[in-house]
Ligand binder design. Structure first.
Ligand SMILES: [Zn+2]
Length: 304
């Protein structure tokens, strides 16, 4: 009798353990299921995991990267794509822009993942290298890299009427045979373009602006100019170009927006114009058209 009770007890324990095991598997599956990624500013909005390592989503929706993505073709998503890089990189191989925006696109990052980078001594381009020592320069969040061989916008090309919102990501190591190594805003791009907590590091332009180039608007209507709005903590550094300026060139205007109560810290420094094929000893800073105090006011709280 005692023996049979003990048997029942053992069988019961197995059953309970089994149920827990199944429950654990189920819960683990659930953790990795689509839609478990949310952002604090809108917790009810579920992001879908993007796990394909060699392509990116092209149809409207909210996505987050679950790994680095290496693409051989330029990414040209339809309108309405919102992608959280989640600390991962979008890496372009071969010739072409990394991203071409024809509609509207939002790229964000909610991770605190830190990456290290170095500058290639031959090309001047920045590249991610997480095996470097602790004293290597760093940036936080996901990144866009590898665009090259195109006339405009090695990293990101924004077309007419198109809009891109970028926050908490880094654009590094892209180049162009013309203008705008990291980002190029085409004539008649949407009139207000937003950058927040963005780093633009070590990009190159054969002509003007290794960092950001923004064209003007073809109409003279008010509020139609292509304006670049820089929010908190935007950094543009170590970009090079053959023609001045090396950091940011804006045909119309650059504006500063406070993000909540955060101070506006915009740093544009150590961008360099290359004379011929040689780097000049003098480091010229990228500057903002129509605002000569720009260089003097680098890195300070603009307070508006
Ligand atoms: Zn996220």
């Amino acid at each position: 009798m005692k023996k049979s009770l003990f048997k029942k007890f053992i069988i019961g324990m197995f059953l309970i353990t089994g149920i827990f095991a199944i429950a654990t598997i189920f819960m683990n599956t659930k953790v990795h299921a689509d839609g478990e990624h949310t952002h604090s500013n809108n917790p009810s909005l579920q992001y879908t995991a993007w796990t394909n390592p060699d392509s990116l989503p092209t149809t409207a929706g909210y996505y987050y990267l679950d790994n680095n993505v290496t693409i051989s073709n330029t990414w040209e998503p339809e309108g309405g794509v919102c992608l959280c890089l989640n600390g991962y990189g979008i890496i372009k191989t071969g010739v072409g822009n990394v991203i071409k925006v024809n509609n509207n696109l939002t790229l964000i990052d909610c991770s605190n993942v830190e990456h290290k980078y170095e500058i290639d001594s031959q090309t001047g381009l920045a590249r991610v290298n997480d095996t470097l020592g602790d004293d290597a320069p760093k940036f936080k969040g996901g990144y866009i890299t590898g665009g090259n061989g195109v006339e405009t916008g090695g990293g990101v090309y924004v077309g007419a009427n198109a809009y891109i919102e970028l926050s908490n990501i880094t654009i590094l190591g892209n180049s162009t045979t013309g203008n705008g190594g990291a980002i190029y805003y085409e004539k008649d791009a949407y009139h207000l373009q937003l950058l927040e907590n963005i780093s633009i590091i070590g990009n190159y332009a054969e002509k003007v602006a290794g960092g950001i180039y923004a064209s003007s608007h073809t109409s003279n209507e008010e509020n139609k100019d292509v304006e670049i709005s820089l929010k908190s903590n935007t950094i543009v550094t170590k970009n090079t170009s053959k023609q001045s300026p090396a950091g940011i060139y804006v045909e119309d205007s650059l504006i500063f927006q406070r993000s909540g109560s955060n101070p506006i810290n915009v740093y544009v420094y150590d961008n360099m114009v290359i004379n011929g094929d040689k780097c000049s000893d003098e480091k010229k800073r990228g500057y903002m058209i129509g605002m000569p105090e720009w260089s003097a006011a680098l890195g300070r709280d603009w307070g508006r």
